[in-house]
Design a protein around this ligand. Structure first.
Ligand SMILES: Nc1nc2c(ncn2[C@@H]2O[C@H](COP(=O)(O)OP(=O)(O)OP(=O)(O)O)[C@@H](O)[C@H]2O)c(=O)[nH]1
Length: 387
């Protein structure tokens, strides 16, 4: 009997997924938060009870939602109670606040769906539950309970560039070649199971962040694979970098082999089905694995097809035809593994396009010469008049 039990356990052990598969990326956490109760006042001497502490969250680039979950799973996150007023200490001390450090990009929602705010910068703070007021004349010297809420912390990665591609296209290889990230690379699809973020460094110390979003496959909109689970992370990126294998993509032997053009159209369609607004973002297409033989011809054909895409799209089968076609600002051929020059070219293009995007979207960024001109005009209009 014991033998059978042990062998069953052993069998179970073998079936356990590998450690990297078990290490989950957590991008949403629910918490029960409770502000501290206010301390009791002392009516005889007019003594005031201390205010209850607050629970709040604060932005920290190095924090993760995993940490919060491991600390507070199944527990109530409570701040300290306010101190009662005593004869020797007529004004009670306030209760201790409780600070939760959260990664940048976290949006906080209350149980009623109300959005409390988003943390985009280091040290930005949102109060999750306020402490109750301490006892005073107005409340008959009885301290009040603090607020109690169920809140959801929802993380959307903040990265300048979102890397979008089907499995095995070479996303991890590109991320490794272009940035300092060390993603897992293997010759079989679905190696990447959680988003990876890397930083592209330039010689003049400019840094651009890039996020690799796994799990996107043909049919993700009907929840095949990881579905659209990670696509929410694309929403906050400024630019989309599509990556496609020049040889095309086949999900499994049961599925049709998609050509490179079909792959890009399918990616386009999956994004459209998730959120059509994503198609408005500037996008660049990188065609990967160009070191393989006979790929130049396929690449040339793809570029030609994209030039007259509005004409040929009607001949495409409906399952791969998007309603709106993304217009790529650039189509670049690369080899993430073997051609450093192509990666450098891609890096420069990404930077140029991001700079253009910043200029268009941030009117506060202006050239020094323009700034001087502007301030002269203001001075002439509003400055002291010389008579
Ligand atoms: N010949 C060639 N092979 C490449 C190139 N880039 C990536 N590969 C190979 O393609 C396979 C998949 O590469 P990954 O970087 O893991 O692809 P991925 O898109 O991250 O795959 P998932 O993790 O499944 O999403 C690996 O065997 C790589 O060695 C390239 O430029 N040339």
């Amino acid at each position: 009997m014991v033998f059978i039990f042990r062998s069953l356990c052993a069998a179970k052990q073998i079936k356990r997924p590998r450690s990297y598969l078990r290490s989950k990326f957590i991008d949403s956490v629910r918490l029960h938060v409770k502000g501290g109760t206010g301390g009791t006042g002392l009516p005889k001497y007019g003594g005031l009870g201390g205010q209850g502490g607050c629970v709040y969250c604060c932005g920290n680039e190095n924090a993760s939602l995993q940490n919060i979950l491991s600390l507070y799973r199944g527990k109530t996150v409570s701040a300290g109670h306010g101190e009662d007023s005593r004869k020797t200490k007529i004004v009670g001390n306030p209760g201790a606040d409780l600070k939760l450090e959260v990664p940048l990009g976290v949006t906080v929602y209350r149980e009623d769906g109300k959005e409390l705010g988003t943390i985009d910068k280091e040290d930005e703070t949102i109060i999750l539950a306020r402490g109750g007021p301490g006892g005073n004349k107005e409340n008959n010297f009885l301290g009040h309970f603090g607020q109690i809420h169920h809140v959801r912390l929802d993380l959307k990665l903040i990265a300048d560039i979102g890397l979008v591609g089907f499995p095995n296209a070479g996303k991890s290889s590109l991320l490794k070649a272009i940035s300092r990230a060390k993603p897992r690379i293997a010759s079989y699809p679905f190696t990447t199971i959680k988003p990876n973020k890397g930083i592209i460094l330039f010689d003049d110390h400019r840094q651009i962040s890039i996020a690799d979003l796994p799990g996107l496959i043909e049919g993700a909109h009907v929840n095949i694979g990881l579905g659209h689970k990670f696509l929410k992370h694309v929403e906050r990126t400024k630019l989309l970098l599509f990556i496609a294998d020049v040889q095309g993509f086949q999900l499994s032997p049961k599925h049709p082999l998609r050509s490179c053009l079909e792959t890009v159209l399918l990616l386009n369609k999956e994004l459209e089905l998730y959120n059509p607004d994503l198609l408005e973002k500037p996008a660049i297409l990188a065609v990967n694995k160009m070191d393989l033989e006979g790929t130049q011809e396929t690449y040339n054909k793809l570029v030609d097809s994209y030039e007259k895409i509005d004409e040929i799209i009607h001949d495409m089968p409906e399952e791969i035809r998007p309603n709106k076609i993304i217009s790529f600002t650039d189509i670049i051929s690369i080899s993430a593994l073997k051609d450093k020059e192509s990666i450098q070219k891609l890096k420069t293009t990404l930077r140029r396009r991001l700079d253009e995007y910043a200029e268009e979207n941030n009117p506060h960024i202006i050239e020094p010469k323009q700034l001087l001109k502007k301030s002269r005009v203001v001075l002439r209009e509003k400055g002291p008049k010389v008579t």
